[in-house]
Write a protein that binds this ligand. Structure first.
Ligand code: ADP
Length: 236
């Protein structure tokens, strides 16, 4: 469960997030959708603990800033960053030690295999393409088998095979009862994934929908309708 209550983040007088409240339950995939500049990254970075903010963010009922919350929380940033001097495998081992994980070698090999990284294990961070870095970043997040996972524009830069695999992994996390929040400006990429969708614009949640209440084919219209109404542009 991820709960955000009255999250506000101001840059000077401008409120990049302005009283944002929403929740994504266990076994649910939430989508944070909105045009560029809507405030999605601000919300994501606040949840990930990268920004100071006003308001309350709870991960499984625990303050997102607490160590206990961080143990069950994974974050895949929009732009992957890797330690230049560590190999792919060393990144995995680092996570394993930092989180005191008890995962088998077979499990790790299976995970790396799913993202076509088996033959890349000895490559250094700075020898990888952006797409490969992103796959490593995803694998590091999955290593901890998180209860709550946050993915910021996760499909951008991935090849079609990796997108397919990632979608499958996300559905498996949901099946396992995890809470997934995906931030994106691309409706197309998340069509078959979502349970609950929050549309953000100008720092506020301007609409939210449950999949059970909305017909798939109406989704795009709904999105443009609400964002059109707010900013007159409807850019996505
Ligand atoms: P999104 O991720 O939806 O594209 P952001 O959360 O990145 O939107 O940005 C929301 C708004 O906050 C934008 O108008 C952006 O210019 C502004 N903003 C973001 N980061 C900063 C910052 N560090 N300083 C000043 N303004 C910022």
């Amino acid at each position: 469960m991820l709960e955000i209550r009255d999250l506000t983040k101001a840059y000077g007088k401008y409120k990049a997030a302005d009283g944002v409240s929403f929740a994504v339950g266990n076994g649910e995939i939430g989508i944070l959708l909105g045009p560029n500049g809507a405030g999605k990254s601000t919300v994501i970075k606040s949840v990930a603990g990268l920004l100071r903010y006003k308001g309350i963010i709870l991960i499984k009922g625990m303050d997102a800033r607490s160590v206990e919350a961080k143990k069950v929380f994974a974050y895949v940033p929009e732009l992957p960053s890797m330690y230049e001097a560590l190999t792919v495998r060393e990144h995995i081992d680092f996570i394993m030690h930092a989180y005191h994980l008890q995962v088998t070698e077979e499990w790790i090999q299976n995970l790396l295999g799913r993202f076509e990284l088996l033959d890349k294990q000895d490559k250094l961070g700075n020898e990888l393409s952006k797409g490969m870095m992103q796959k490593v970043s995803i694998c590091c997040a999955l290593m901890i088998q998180p209860d709550v996972i946050l993915l910021d524009e996760p499909m951008v830069g991935l090849d079609p095979a990796a997108i397919k695999e990632l979608k499958q992994v996300i559905l498996e996390l949901k099946e396992a009862g995890a809470t997934v929040l995906i931030s994106t400006h691309m409706l197309e990429m998340v069509k078959e994934l979502w349970d609950i969708m929050f549309v953000m614009d100008k720092g506020r949640i301007i609409a939210s929908y449950r999949k059970s209440e909305v017909k798939e084919e109406d989704l795009e219209d709904l999105f443009f309708h609400v964002t059109d109404g707010e900013n007159g542009k409807g850019e996505a």
